[in-house]
Design a protein around this ligand. Structure first.
Ligand code: GUN
Length: 283
């Protein structure tokens, strides 16, 4: 039997509608949440992500300010710009699009963003708070994955969740969030032995490796929920995930497509975090 294809676009639309209503309520009280996005350089992928963020803000009524800088900008100039945004009362969320040019330390940049405006959830303070289950900004892609699984009505507590990939942006934080939801979590990576033996135990399999089509039917237990975080551009420009969709679709119970699965959820959770940052500032 063929899997249910999870409609990330529709779930994202539903959540954006909720955000839009809340933003409208805040605006009636004379308050508008604001997001600043800094884009350094000309990377086409980053430009397209930033456009999506700008469009998302417009859609829900969040004020957005996109600051584009050439890749010759110095680290000191960039840090100074972030300090100014930290103090800017119109701005409640700050996002610096990654990756950055190699002469700039990403960690120094992240460390300069005020944790109160860190709507990416990348600062050590927010990551630490996430780890202990305290109030914080959750990183957008992992948060979007958990929200998506909940909204399709799949139970998480007590289930075996296997995460393939251990990046700071997706693999590690989504593992922690799933643990917080009382799943039993395993994390696999490039040094894992007997990968298929472990992934085949998953009730929920989350793949965030960045290698086109690496996970196939031999890695998946019949009836599993498969979440594909990969976004890989093939030579013909076609976007594909880390999962061989056509083959896994035949054995999974639910599967996310690429594009149209996890992607739309990421920007949506950024909008949700910005709304939250605005609400906190308005108090
Ligand atoms: N580059 C790729 N994904 C992300 C993200 O979630 N946030 C930022 N700031 N940069 C990214």
């Amino acid at each position: 039997m063929s899997a249910i294809v999870i409609d990330g676009k529709q779930i994202a639309r539903d959540i954006r509608e909720e955000i839009k209503n809340e933003v409208a309520e805040l605006q009636q009280q004379g308050f508008r949440p604001g997001l600043a996005v800094i884009l350094v350089g000309e990377d086409p992928g980053s430009q397209s992500y930033v456009k999506g963020k700008e469009k998302g803000c417009e859609e829900v009524g969040i004020y957005s300010r996109v600051i584009r800088k050439p890749d010759t900008i110095s680290q000191a100039e960039l840090l100074e710009m972030i300090e100014e945004l930290n103090a800017d009362e119109q701005i409640h969320g700050i996002l610096v699009q990654l990756p950055l040019p190699s002469h700039i330390s990403e960690q120094a940049v992240i460390d300069t963003i005020s944790p109160l405006k860190d709507v990416d959830g990348f600062t050590p303070i927010n990551i630490g708070n996430m780890l202990i289950g305290a109030e914080c900004f959750l990183p957008c892609t992992p948060h979007g994955i958990v929200e998506m699984v909940k909204r399709i009505g799949v139970p998480i507590a007590g289930k075996q969740v296997v995460v393939v990939g251990r990046s700071n942006i997706v693999g590690k934080p989504v593992s922690m969030l799933m643990l917080q939801e009382n799943a039993t979590v395993s994390i696999c990576h490039s040094k894992t032995e007997n990968l298929a033996g472990i992934t085949k135990q998953a009730d929920i399999l989350i793949v965030a490796v960045g290698r086109a089509k690496m996970i196939g039917a031999e890695h998946v237990k019949p009836g599993a929920v498969v979440i594909d975080v990969g976004v890989n551009r093939l030579e013909g420009k076609k976007l594909v995930g880390d999962v061989r969709f056509d083959e896994v679709k035949e054995i999974a119970s639910h599967i996310t497509p690429v594009p149209g699965g996890v992607g739309p959820m990421t920007i949506t959770m950024l909008l949700k975090n910005t709304l939250e940052a605005g609400k906190r500032a308005a108090k």
